[in-house]
Design a protein. Structure first.
Lengths: 118, 799
């Protein structure tokens, strides 16, 4: 089941600047890739609250803050942090190879949780 | 009267004299000092080197103090010999001074290891004010400085030199920095902190020789490697100054041997401070020396007093943002010693307590020293910790802020450096009518040495004086828990020029959406262009210079100074609206035109096609000057408000401010452009302009306060500029002018802007001009983007 071709070569690492996000359309999904000090993570670009572009948010530690209404998501788990309602975004396996960012768009994961993270 | 001679005009000697003055005595006192300075706070020399304090700031006893207390000060005079039979001291010129009692407070000097080449030029020690001045003279921007010694003093010297612009390396003989105060783990945490400041650490490394022809050019290590250097500072420890005592035939080992009442082997001669050795121990920290001074003062005046038993030593590193505290024993290999540890590598916090049978033996704190006082007290009192064992490493839950001081016994020492207790402070407050912290400092000396008890002193003042006034300072954010004022001071003083650096050194290393933009603003205001702009720390609007809308598109508002446009501009705007299928074109309340619904990727081309500068409608910055038609067309206008408004906008545009700044210029009191509800407004009247500030017509509605009335347009514009820059420098981020003016009060604002001295006004204006000269139209990034993907959505390379 694990084959190399599930990884999509997205872009050169230089295209996602340090502690910023960039959006990219992969097939039907628009995702946001973030550069956490050289570690790259990928989540849905759309904020579940009102659809804000998460790629434009400020990164704080390993979370991103939506630029529209300040909802905060953990970039590793996709869970909303300190939100008034439980919410999450999908996260996608991401790795770096030969200076390129690779995303596995077909194996995204969502943690649907009753509780919000503390 | 009896003659008391004190040899040594340093902290220990003078502190002892201060204690003697408090006792009943019949001495005529003469103090000899081989330095030419009055008594200063040697502990703070590193802050003088770092530029955080001036030489004057660290004076402890000015010349008036000597005068009013009838003390003869003989400064710059070195005592060479003591004739114990004749009871005189002899100075270098051969003059003798008789004594009945003699106190040796000769201190210590820098230990210079026997390395060939230490006599070369530009090799310094760091021990006195003169050493510091010499270093300041040599420390040039870009010069390579090497500090030999990674102890407390070496690290403080290194940071000071770095803040002076030197490239600094520290060479240390041992594996661990500050190995006498820290264990290897604590040393590793410290190492990371120091390295994050940009100081290079080379350890363990033994220096074999200093190289260079006359002037030092480098170091050679025992391992054979070499390191280039323009300046070398030796901070390899101290040695007690005992030569005088030895020549006089007193009992001397490492230090001058003293008993529990500070008497030397000759009962007429006492010694105090770093030159002493008590029960085999020598001293290098201020707290035990102050204690010695008290003991000696009682003994020499014949009063009953405590005896000196040797107090637990405590060390604190004084590098802002690098919090290190160590006290007591750090040897955890002794039998029966328990260690309790806590560490958080990403926060850089490490705490370790050494216990033996429910008593604290020693403590190491790195990164978080907030509990320092509790541990010092436990050490001093040898508290039984059985009831605290569950929560040794964490503060007890705070019930109310004043509780900390309320629960302290009167005997508890508040100021560890000067040994001032809570009881002494409260007594002084009542007896001397103290109302402010500086009065308290003057009267009790509390908080005058290292300053770490300032907070506690303030708490006490607050508790004892019902209407104690202090400047309220709110902290910016829990990521960097300092007030705005303090942060500005820190950034300026420590020459911090990037958001990440501030967060690494003073915060949690991460930052958030609250503090990052605030820090970005402060850095921009302080350094304007002469710093590392970090786009990731800015809100999206300031990354792409447009205002994000609910659907993730952006709005574009070109600058239209004073609300005046032309047919040409309007035609270009119309063409842009067509070409980019802009869903809405709207006239704003600020006499400008807003193009709404622009895609991020289109922004650079939209700006290019408009051919107009950015109107900054997206930023916390200068928005616009709304004007009326003034004298040009209006039949009521008495001042040319249109021209004045355009000129004002031009002078201030492209600058950032704590919050948005909207202005208005009207040509008569009819106020058609609503200048009285703007952040800055100028209102024309017959023969003069009124300048008003702090108006609002948004979330709050507030009529602006009159700042000043002036006769000419030039003066009106200058008044606006003065207020504008004052707000930039003193406003808290996201504080609108109407809150700012209310917080400070318009009288204070007037006093510090339009009514300031000419030289202060000039300084404000020149800082504004400098920022303005370095500012630019953000939309020029259409040609030179800050990053190749600043505006574009990334395209997948392959599917």
């Amino acid at each position: 089941m694990s084959s190399n071709n599930r990884w999509i070569r997205v872009t050169a690492i230089e295209n996602v600047p340090l502690l910023e996000g960039r959006s990219v359309q992969i097939g039907r999904r628009e995702v946001a890739i973030f550069n956490l000090n050289g570690r790259f993570v990928t989540i849905d670009n759309q904020c579940p609250h009102k659809g804000g572009p998460l790629c434009d948010g400020i990164v704080s530690g390993t979370t991103v803050v939506c630029p529209l209404h300040g909802w905060r998501f953990d970039l590793d788990t996709g869970l909303a942090v300190r939100a008034s309602l439980p919410a999450c975004v999908t996260t996608f396996p991401t790795r770096v190879e030969d200076g390129l960012i690779l995303v596995d768009i077909d194996h995204g994961s969502r943690i649907e949780s009753e509780e919000t993270a503390a | 009267m009896k003659q008391l001679v004190v040899v040594g005009n340093g902290m220990a000697g003078v502190a002892c004299v201060e204690q003697i003055l408090k006792q009943r005595h019949d001495f005529e006192i003469t103090i000899f000092g081989d330095e030419t300075h009055v008594n200063y706070n040697r502990i703070l020399l590193s802050m003088v080197l770092a530029g955080e304090k001036s030489a004057d700031d660290i004076v402890l006893n000015d010349i008036d103090w000597y005068r009013t207390n009838g003390i003869r000060a003989r400064l710059g005079v070195r005592i060479e010999n003591i004739d114990r039979n004749r009871r005189v001291v002899m100075d270098a010129e051969g003059r003798s001074t008789p004594f009945d009692s003699l106190i040796l407070a000769t201190g210590s000097s820098a230990f210079i290891p026997p390395i060939p080449g230490v006599e070369k030029k530009n090799v310094h020690v760091f021990r006195t004010l003169d050493d510091t001045r010499a270093l300041l003279e040599k420390a040039r921007k870009g010069s390579r400085a090497v500090v030999i010694g990674g102890g407390l003093l070496g690290l403080e010297a290194a940071r000071g030199l770095q803040l002076r612009g030197c490239e600094v390396s520290v060479v240390h003989l041992m594996e661990t920095l500050m190995e006498r105060q820290l264990d290897p783990t604590g040393g590793a945490y410290l190492r990371r902190k120091i390295e994050s400041l940009g100081i290079r650490l080379i350890l363990p490394k033994q220096t074999q020789a200093l190289l260079g022809n006359g002037r030092v050019e480098g170091l050679r290590f025992a391992s054979g490697e070499e390191l280039e250097a323009d300046l070398v500072v030796i901070a390899a420890g101290i040695k007690p100054n005992v030569d005088l005592a030895r020549r006089a035939g007193l009992d001397v080992r490492r230090g001058i041997v003293v008993d529990d009442h500070m008497a030397t082997s000759d009962p007429r001669i006492h010694a105090v401070g770093e030159c002493t050795e008590h029960r085999g121990q020598t001293f290098g920290l201020v707290a035990p020396l102050m204690e010695q001074g008290k003991v000696l003062a009682a003994a020499i005046t014949g009063n009953d007093g405590p005896s000196f038993t040797g107090s637990a030593s405590a060390t604190k590193l004084k590098i802002m943002g690098v919090e290190i505290f160590s006290a007591g024993s750090i040897d955890d290999s002794a039998p029966g010693v328990d260690t309790v540890r806590y560490e958080d590598p990403s926060l850089g916090v490490y705490k370790k307590l050494l216990l033996k049978g429910n008593r604290l033996l020693g403590v190491i704190l790195v990164g978080d020293v907030s509990e320092e006082r509790r541990y010092t007290e436990w050490l001093r009192q040898e508290t039984n910790l059985a009831p605290h064992r569950q929560r040794l490493l964490f503060p007890p839950p705070a019930e109310d802020a004043g509780l900390e001081v309320a629960e302290m016994p009167d005997s508890e020492v508040i100021c560890g450096c000067n040994g001032v207790t809570k009881g002494t402070i409260i007594e002084a407050i009542h007896a001397s009518g103290i109302e402010t912290l500086s009065e308290l400092k003057k009267c009790t000396r509390a908080s005058t040495s290292c300053g770490s008890c300032t907070n506690l002193c303030e708490q006490l003042l607050r508790a004892v004086i019902p209407d104690f006034q202090e400047e309220t300072q709110s902290t910016l954010c829990s990521c960097v828990p300092f007030s705005y004022e303090r942060l500005r001071e820190i950034m300026r003083g420590q020459q911090l020029k990037s958001v990440q650096e501030v967060l690494n050194v003073y915060g949690n290393g991460k930052g958030c959406e609250v503090c990052k933009p605030a820090l970005s603003y402060m850095l921009d205001m302080l350094w304007c262009g002469d710093h590392e702009e970090d786009r990731s720390a800015r809100y999206i609007n300031d990354r792409v210079h447009a205002n994000i809308q609910k659907d993730g598109t952006f709005s574009v508002v070109p600058r239209m100074r004073g609300g005046v446009t032309s047919a040409d501009e309007l035609r270009r705007i119309a063409d842009v609206a067509d070409k980019y299928r802009i869903p809405m074109v709207k006239v704003t309340g600020s006499q400008r035109i807003d193009l709404l619904g622009v895609k991020k990727a289109d922004l650079p081309r939209v700006w290019a096609d408009l051919g107009m500068p950015s109107g900054q409608a997206y930023s916390k910055g200068v928005r616009m000057v709304k004007t009326c038609v003034g004298t040009e067309f209006c039949r009521f206008g008495v001042q040319d408000s249109t021209r004045a408004g355009i000129e004002l906008e031009q002078r201030l545009e492209n600058l950032f401010t704590p919050h948005k700044v909207k202005m208005g210029a009207v040509g008569c009191p009819r106020n058609c452009a609503e200048a009285t509800v703007k952040d800055i407004g100028i209102i024309g009247q017959e023969g003069s302009w009124q300048i008003v500030v702090g108006g609002a017509a948004g979330k709050s509605v507030r009529k602006a306060d009159l700042l000043i009335t002036v006769e000419t347009t030039a003066l009106a514009l200058e008044a606006c500029e003065l207020f504008f820059q004052y707000y930039r420098e003193n406003g808290n981020y996201l504080e609108r002018t109407y809150d700012f003016v209310e917080r400070l009060g318009i009288e204070k604002v007037r006093k510090e802007t339009v009514y300031a001295t000419d030289s202060d006004k000039k300084k404000l204006l020149s800082r504004l001009r400098r920022s303005k000269a370095l500012s630019k139209d953000a939309w020029l990034e259409r040609e030179t983007p800050a990053h190749p993907t600043q505006f574009v959505q990334i395209e997948v390379m392959e599917r």
